[in-house]
Design a binder for this molecule. Structure first.
Ligand code: SAM
Ligand code: SF4
Length: 330
């Protein structure tokens, strides 16, 4: 069967599925502060529709799934979906990205459902800064969630921290120490133009190389880990004394589009071949309209074939997508 190869020879085996656009916090780089108009329940793909979609694309080579949102843990019974997906023949890897607020409550059920990969987003170790960024409370719950996930057995746990110039510089060294003390890998993500408020500016991006420099100066030298997956968005490092790992997702300063193997299914059933794409393919109508598997596969193959070379953030041609991150699924 045709594999999901685009016009630049990139093979797509990695699917990110958004299960909701709702969220229990309001990170400024993602959502508006107030008055968000969320999708109606009837617009969301059901777990059965998501499962059918995954089963349909496995023969096209999809092997890895990451469940995201919005906040995936606000979708009721998420472990049920994890279990359905983890049991599909051909799926080798299922992950969840969460803000961690509801994690303590759900960590055991997620583990029992077969989940082993967990990314928790936390941008600040200073509780006040956390509230400034998320415009909500919840810092303690996130830390409790990470602890709960650890005690259930999740290992490694990765913490995603968005880096913003003028805001998160003071978090760099504490996060480096946190990585060394807890064994959690902290991955610094460059702020991308996907915010609902359209306030992104290049000057607000705190670049990966600056963070590496700061960590090396103040904690100790960093060495790249050997044998890294070339399709992974993060470049991973270890402190030279062997204690503590950090990673960098340098989407703006070092775009990794040429090794991208990812595409996305939004909560309302649209395929996006890139985070930054301006076009989508509606598969919900196919799923609900009685289309057979071949028709669904054809739509996915065509979407991937049309993928652009790269995101163009660093050019004057760049156009920010209409959907902000919470609505796409990060
Ligand atoms: N709510 C979950 C969470 O926060 O982990 C999952 C969805 S969230 C959209 C997925 C990831 O995207 C998070 O790690 C978040 O920090 C990141 N993210 C959101 N907006 C971003 C932006 N404008 N630039 C860089 N990363 C962003
Ligand atoms: Fe919610 Fe995640 Fe967006 Fe923050 S980044 S507002 S936690 S969806």
């Amino acid at each position: 069967m045709t594999a999901l190869v685009d016009g630049f020879g990139r093979k797509h085996d990695n699917l990110r599925i958004s299960v909701t656009d709702r969220c229990n916090i309001r990170c400024f780089y993602c959502m508006p502060a107030e008055n968000v108009v969320f999708m109606q329940k009837s617009q969301l793909l059901s777990f059965e529709e998501i499962e059918r979609f995954v089963r349909t694309v496995v023969p096209l080579g999809v092997r890895k799934i990451r469940i995201t949102g919005g906040e995936p843990l606000v979708r009721r019974d998420l472990p049920v979906l994890v279990e359905k997906i983890a049991h599909i023949d051909g799926i080798q890897d299922v992950g969840v990205t969460t803000n961690g607020i509801l994690l303590a409550e759900h960590a055991q059920a997620l583990w029992d459902a077969g989940l082993r990969r967990l990314n928790v987003s936390l941008d600040a170790l200073d509780p006040k800064k956390f509230e400034e960024i998320t415009r909500r409370t919840g810092y303690e719950q996130v830390l409790e969630g990470i602890e709960a996930a650890k005690s259930v057995g999740f290992d490694p746990i990765k913490v995603n921290a968005v880096s913003v110039r003028g805001l998160t510089e003071d978090e760099i060294v504490p996060f480096g120490q946190f990585a060394r003390e807890t064994g959690v890998e902290v991955r610094f993500i460059e702020f991308m133009p996907l915010d609902a408020d359209n306030a992104w500016e290049r000057d607000k991006v705190l670049f990966a190389h600056e963070i590496i420099e700061r960590l090396s100066d103040e904690i100790g030298p960093l060495e790249p880990l050997p044998d890294q997956d070339p399709t992974a968005p993060a470049t991973d490092f270890q402190f030279a004394d062997g204690i503590g790992r950090v990673g960098f997702i340098a989407s703006v300063s070092q775009p990794f589009c040429m090794s991208c193997n990812r595409f996305r299914l939004t909560a309302d059933g649209k395929i996006r071949n890139c985070l930054f794409s301006l076009e989508e393919t509606d598969v919900k109508s196919l799923l609900r309209g009685g289309a057979d598997d071949a028709a669904i596969r054809e739509a996915v193959v065509a979407s991937i074939a049309a993928k652009k070379e790269g995101h163009e953030i660093n050019t004057a041609r760049f156009i920010q997508p209409e959907r902000p991150m919470y609505s796409i699924g990060g």
